[in-house]
Each structure stands twice: as C-alpha cells, then as structure tokens.
Design a protein around this ligand. Structure first.
Ligand SMILES: [Zn+2]
Length: 289
C-alpha cells in the first residue's frame, strides 16, 4: 500500500508529467471506483492540469486553477501507472483486468489507476473542493509539515488511550502513515508497538518524533525522482522490519518477529523494541488453544 513517501513521490512525478497538459478523456473502467457523480467525470475533459497535491495518502489532480479536482486514494492494492502512449481503442472492462480508471492527455500520454486483488477499495472523486472528500476532511496534521514538532505530537498522543501502533496509523490523528511506516518508525524509536500512546514520557515523545521525521524524510528522499513504476520496489528495499519476519534486524541482528491480526500483521524486533520479549500473537495463541 502506498503511504506518505510513495504518494509524495507520485505527486512529484505527476507535477512534471501532467501540469500544463489538457485532459482529453477520463474513462472509468471499474465503475465502483467512482465515489461521486456530480460533477460527472466528463466535466474534467477539456480542462488543463494546473497543480498536483497530496493530502495524507490522497492525490489531488487540480484543473483550471482549482475549479475542478480529481482526487484519488489508492488504498491497499491500488497503483498509478504512467503510460507514454495509451492504446487507441477503448479499454475493455471486466475480466481479470486490474484497470480501474484511465486518464488521457492531449499528447497521447496518460495514466491508468489500477487495483490488484479482489478487495476493491481504490477510490476516485471528482470534486470542486478536495475538502468535500470525507476522507480528506477527516485527516489529521501532515507529519512533514514545518509546524509538526515534538510538542504537537505530544498534544496529539496525550488523550490516546490505545496502543501507539494503532494511533500512528489513524489518519484522523496523523495523516499519511500506514502499516509499513508505523512499523519502521517504532523500530527506529526502539518502542513497543503495544505501548499505550497516552503513557509516553516527554523524552519518549521526542524520540518518537525524531524517528518519525527521519524515517519519513529518508523514505521521501529515496523515492523522489523515481518513475512511478519503480516506487514499490524502492519502498520494499528501504524497510528494516516491516515485511521482514524471520530476517535479522539490521540494527542488532535479532530475528524480526510478527504479530498477526485478521487482515494485517505487524513486524518488530524484540531486542530493539520490547526488551527481548516476544509479543503475544493473538492469532497464534488462539490457534494453539
Ligand atoms: Zn534489533
């Protein structure tokens, strides 16, 4: 799933590829991705792209100086594929094709929004104001904003009587961090994912803030300038614990472990994060009963 660094890199890439160009065709192939119907997608046709923005994990393609926006959330299995030359014929819907929506420019170039797998969560909105997208309106502050300092993080976590892992992933608390980067941030901060967010001492909040900014900034820098097609591989290669169950921790050499949930899992290093003690894996213990 693309998170803040990948969406930020996609935005950078699209600024160069789209701004100044005219949208000549928008073709929703999987109708279910469209979450708005007024204005219709065809209202984008004939308009010029004037900016590309990011809100958390949402991408915002702005046209005609902000008159109309195409906002998208790629969700877990969605992706954006740049096409130097779009095929002439219309895309055929149905079957196993991952193509969800196609946007064509006057140059013959364009991009496809695709979604793999059976869970369809990719979402596209055509709106006059990005803030009219409920998911955008709900977003908490952007963790890379200049004013997102340690005291801001402390304020956000103060009332959070839940585990820090869940708090970091909550888009309405902090925008843009998902399952992968929350694992990475907690590993860099040497903090247990199960630690109660509101119990953090000022020193721990400062360390978490430092880890959060460093982890995200480094990921943004690694991704910047890469073509859309290379971002996924870059994300994977930069991760230290996420998705690396059974591999050695690059910091201490201990074995990276995981905790499984019904639809996701988290990874962590016991030596770095939990005083050497493995965390209880509820799914495993349930299976063993
Ligand atoms: Zn370690």
């Amino acid at each position: 799933m693309p998170e803040l660094p990948e969406v930020d890199a996609l935005r950078d890439f699209l600024v160069g590829a789209l701004v100044g160009h005219e949208v000549v065709r928008v073709l929703p192939v999987a109708i279910s991705v469209l979450k708005t119907y007024d204005p219709p997608v065809t209202a984008l046709e004939g308009r010029q792209v004037t900016a590309v923005g990011r809100y958390g994990k949402f991408l915002d393609v702005e046209t005609d100086g902000g008159e109309l926006h195409l906002v998208t959330h790629l969700a877990r299995a969605g992706w954006l594929q740049w096409r130097d030359r779009l095929p002439d014929g219309p895309p055929r819907p149905g079957g196993k094709s991952p193509l969800a929506l196609r946007v064509a420019l006057e140059t013959g170039e364009g991009f496809d929004l695709t979604e793999a797998g059976t869970q369809k969560r990719l979402a596209v909105y055509v709106v006059r104001d990005p803030l009219s997208v409920p998911g955008v309106a709900r977003l908490g502050p952007d963790p890379l904003a200049d004013d997102f300092d340690a005291s801001r993080l402390a304020e956000l976590l103060a009332g959070e009587r839940r585990q820090i892992k869940g708090a970091l992933r909550d888009q309405s608390l902090i925008a843009g961090i998902g399952n992968a980067y929350s694992d990475e941030i907690l590993h860099a901060a040497r903090m247990s994912p199960f630690k109660l967010a509101s119990s953090l001492k000022p020193e721990e909040v400062r360390e978490l803030h430092e880890a959060l900014r460093t982890t995200l900034t480094e990921a943004v820098e690694r991704s910047r300038g890469l073509a859309a097609g290379r971002l996924k591989a870059e994300k994977k290669s930069g991760l230290r614990v996420h998705g690396r169950t059974g591999e050695p921790c690059p910091v201490c050499g201990d074995t990276v472990r995981e905790v499984s949930f019904s639809d996701s899992s988290l990874q962590y290093c016991p030596t770095c994060q939990t005083g050497g003690k493995p965390l209880a894996d509820r799914r495993m213990s349930r299976l063993l009963k």
